[in-house]
Design a protein around this ligand. Structure first.
Ligand code: SR1
Ligand code: MG
Length: 428
């Protein structure tokens, strides 16, 4: 494809426009007249095509110059595709096999050709259906530990890391989306917000909650100022594709240098929301097993993340921070362990804050989750959402005083059973 002005692809134009690309033709087949093209994008921002031919299939993802969810009244730069491409290549290097293979990138057309994952489905969809994926806790715990540790000053050569930091610093518009939609809009009556009508009393209480609003802004402060590592930036269950045997992380267009805890908190928040939504998906039978499974996934994900992060700390700590010349080389391995304890503790407390605000923004803001949205009975939906809002408020405000996930999961169960309804506003 030539470097000409951007043109959005369509189902009709894709084959004629991409048939000359060896990266596509080699994998799909040389006869474009036999290609079958489907647009399957169900995210908020982009076009996604599956191109199937005699030889195989690929995915073609193209950014649009506006937010797809809202329309062309909200322009959004095409360069997010550039950041997605560069994040994918770094994630593949740092956590091999965890993202789709990239075959081709065209910056002017904001287009990435990548591996077609089959029979994978979006993790969020699997959890809504009640499927228990046996590998997600281990795979995503490892993915986060490896990408987040290896993109930081704990590991990278500082010159290379600063160059990368500068590269991703230009992803300003996508950061701006998160800064507003996640950390600010949910806490006042912002124009694009919406919520389930039956939630009104809970929403009013949250928006009047000074401790919560202060904590949400402290999380935003961290998000904006703690340029610690290359984060995925949008690691929810809609950004993961799964089978029982394989887990791949997709869609890192929000990647930038931010806090390690951000990805971890966002992912766990989406598991808690999946947990609270199960009650609304019980038409086909009880979801008790699914609830137990989701709480286990949360605990195991964090345990795997901690263990792998600690292993990398002990074996790959080659960056400028906490250098071994101060500890191991002087026979003070315990000093390095003490420092690791502090680093992990900070990730833990920050992770809880990010998880809390993520739960709020998916229920009160612009971009909602299918976990709750697919519950047609709005009374039931509001019951599920209210429990998630309360847990989110509790872990955000009290994050420095919470010792374990067991404690949080116990509270989640009480809230789900309607036995901790007076929680909000009573602790801070
Ligand atoms: C306007 S974009 C809304 C949301 O969709 C993306 O997936 C991000 O989560 C963003 O916050
Ligand atoms: Mg996305």
């Amino acid at each position: 494809m030539k470097e000409d002005a951007f043109q959005a692809l369509t189902v009709e134009t894709l084959a004629p426009r991409l048939s000359a690309l060896p990266a596509v033709a080699e994998r799909v087949g040389a006869a474009p007249e036999h290609w079958k093209v489907r647009e399957v994008g169900d995210g908020n921002l982009n076009l996604v095509f599956i191109v199937k031919g005699e030889a195989g299939s690929v995915v073609v993802k193209q950014a649009l110059p506006y937010v797809r969810l809202v329309g062309d009244s909200w322009p959004l730069p095409l360069k997010r595709s550039f950041f997605e491409y560069h994040a994918l290549t770094r994630q593949e290097k740092r956590a091999p096999g965890s993202v789709p293979a990239v075959f081709y990138f065209d910056e002017a057309q904001a287009l990435i050709v990548m591996e077609y994952l089959s029979p994978h489905i979006i993790l969020r969809r699997a959890l809504i259906k009640g499927e228990q994926l046996p590998k997600i806790a281990e795979d995503l715990g490892l993915f986060m530990a490896r990408t987040l540790f290896r993109g930081s000053d704990f590991h990278m050569e500082t010159r290379e890391r600063k160059a990368d930091l500068a590269l991703f610093a230009d992803n300003t518009e996508l950061c701006d989306i998160t800064e507003n939609l996640v950390f600010t809009d949910p806490y006042f009556d912002a124009p694009m917000n919406r919520h389930t009508p039956e939630l009104e009393p809970v929403v009013a209480e949250l928006r009047a909650d000074r401790d919560l609003k202060v904590e949400a802004q402290r999380m935003k402060h961290l998000f904006a100022a703690k340029a610690e590592t290359l984060v995925h930036g949008d690691l929810h269950t809609g950004s993961v594709m799964v089978t029982a045997k394989d887990t791949r992380v997709i869609d890192p267009e929000f990647a930038f240098y931010g806090p390690i805890a951000f990805d971890v908190g966002m992912l766990l928040a989406n598991y808690w929301m999946a947990f609270f939504s199960q009650k609304g998906h019980e038409a086909g039978g009880s979801r008790a097993g699914m609830r137990t499974y989701l709480l286990q996934v949360i605990e195991e994900t964090w345990a795997v993340f901690r263990a792998e992060f600690s292993r990398l700390w002990r074996t790959e700590r080659a960056g400028m921070l906490y250098p071994s010349c101060l500890y191991e080389d002087q026979g003070d391995a315990l000093g390095a362990e003490q420092a690791l304890g502090h680093v992990l503790h900070e990730i833990w407390t920050d992770m809880l804050g990010f998880a809390g605000v993520e739960m709020h923004r998916r229920i009160l803001g612009l971009a909602h989750n299918a976990d709750f949205e697919d519950i047609e009975d709005t009374g039931m939906r509001a019951t599920c959402e209210a429990a998630a809002l309360k847990l989110g408020r509790h872990i955000a405000v009290n994050r420095r005083h919470i010792a374990s996930l067991t404690e949080i999961n116990h509270l989640a169960q009480l809230l789900d059973e309607g036995r901790a309804s007076a929680l909000m506003g009573r602790q801070s």
